[in-house]
Design a binder for this molecule. Structure first.
Ligand code: FEO
Length: 398
């Protein structure tokens, strides 16, 4: 079914959504699918900004055909070479063999690695600050290395104030009837998924995101066209403010989150009791998650959102309970910083998980690890109440 939509002057969305995909990157659970956006410029010359994932190839090619309405494609601008956006380059080139590819040096290195058969296509290589014109529209290229691959770049259309931002400002979640963020209650429908997308996909590269945000600050941006999720044309400051916080590892909310691992429920019970104490002392929301039950990508998203993180972990084989160890590993891999941690351990004969968690967390930058560790022997009992309250008080006051 043809569904292409006008974004702004001469600029059309020709993407689509995949609602069947269970795991993005075969890793991150999707509950509401994901969109793969592609944008077509119909100017004196025609230019396509990125293609789409193979899962929506029919939808994408139908939209492209319909929007071109018999015109040929002059340029294919490749902002990002990850396969969720480049899988259809060969199909597009097969239809328009005279198309000129536009990319940077790294783009073409990766293009060759994925599609050596496309080496014969004509190409224009661009660098930071260079421009490219389709007629009325002049596009300025902004390199965005590691947001989220090294070749990633953005393009800014002076005429319409549109930033084609590659993965940046994207989100998990299919696009429904409207392609604009203001067609939705974004905070309710997309914000959690936008944060989860940012934290897990781009979170490690906060410094690189900061560099791009500084460059973007000099542009009069009126629209943001990301490769995933809705297009922004109103209240862009809202999204930029979120990115400023996320990329500087600044907690979005001054809230506490409790993560626990539990084999038989005793550590869970202690964590729930601690959360209740925290709520009494701190007010506000204290969310509780079972690390065995909730996928780590959601937990990481909560780490990005909250300032204080409380970890309850059983000792397992004289080490850490594996799902908790995996979460700590994920935090280190993504460069989490600027957080307060409180640690609680459980063990029936030799609890060591508090010490082991502290060792792992001490490798993170700008973190405060509260002491002492709360130690539980097998299960929480009435005689532990005083220690539990002291633990909650320390977290509340941190
Ligand atoms: Fe949506 Fe980094 O690709």
């Amino acid at each position: 079914m043809i569904n292409f939509q006008l974004v702004t002057d001469d600029t059309y969305w020709v993407g689509g959504s995949d609602r069947r995909l269970a795991l993005f990157e075969n890793l991150f659970p999707l509950t509401d699918g994901v969109s793969y956006n592609s944008y077509l410029i119909l100017d004196e010359k025609t230019a396509l900004f990125d293609t789409a994932d193979i899962s929506i190839s029919d939808q994408f090619m139908e939209n492209l055909h319909a929007a071109l309405n018999g015109r040929k494609l002059d340029y294919l601008v490749i902002l990002h070479m990850e396969p969720d956006h480049c899988s259809q380059i060969g199909a597009v080139a097969a239809l328009f063999p005279e198309v000129t590819l536009v990319g940077n040096v790294k783009t073409f290195t990766f293009l060759h690695q994925f599609f050596p058969e496309l080496d014969t296509l004509s190409r224009v290589t661009v660098k930071e600050g260079e421009t490219f014109s389709t007629g009325k529209h002049i596009f300025h290229f902004v390199m965005a290395p590691m947001v989220h691959w090294p070749e990633a770049m953005m393009a800014f259309d002076e005429a319409t104030g549109t930033l084609f931002s590659a993965d940046a400002f994207g989100t998990f979640g299919a696009i429904d009837a409207g392609i604009f963020a203001d067609n939705y209650d974004y905070e309710r429908q997309f914000l959690d998924e936008a944060r989860r997308y940012y934290a897990n996909i781009v979170g490690k590269y906060g410094m690189q995101v900061q560099m791009v945000l500084k460059k973007a600050a000099g542009l009069q941006i009126r629209n943001i066209c990301s490769l995933h999720g809705p297009v922004w044309r109103k209240n862009i400051g809202y999204l930029l403010e979120k990115y400023e916080k996320w990329s500087t590892y600044t907690p979005e909310d001054d809230e506490t989150v409790v993560f626990y691992g539990s084999l038989y429920g005793h550590t869970a019970s202690a964590a729930e009791a601690a959360a209740a104490e925290l709520q009494k002392k701190n007010g506000g929301m204290v969310r509780v998650y079972d690390v065995s039950k909730t996928h780590a990508s959601y937990l990481i998203s909560e780490v990005w959102r909250c300032r204080k993180i409380v970890l309850f972990c059983p000792t397992y084989n004289n080490g850490l309970y594996l799902p908790m160890e995996a979460l700590l590993h994920d935090m280190a891999a993504l460069g989490v910083k600027n957080r307060v941690f409180a640690l609680a351990e459980n063990g029936t004969w030799a609890p060591v998980s508090g010490k082991l968690m502290a060792e792992q967390l001490s490798a993170l930058k700008d973190v405060q690890i509260l002491s002492p560790v709360l130690t539980i022997k097998s299960a929480l009992h009435a005689q532990d109440q005083e220690a539990l309250e002291a633990f909650a008080k320390a977290v509340a006051e941190a």
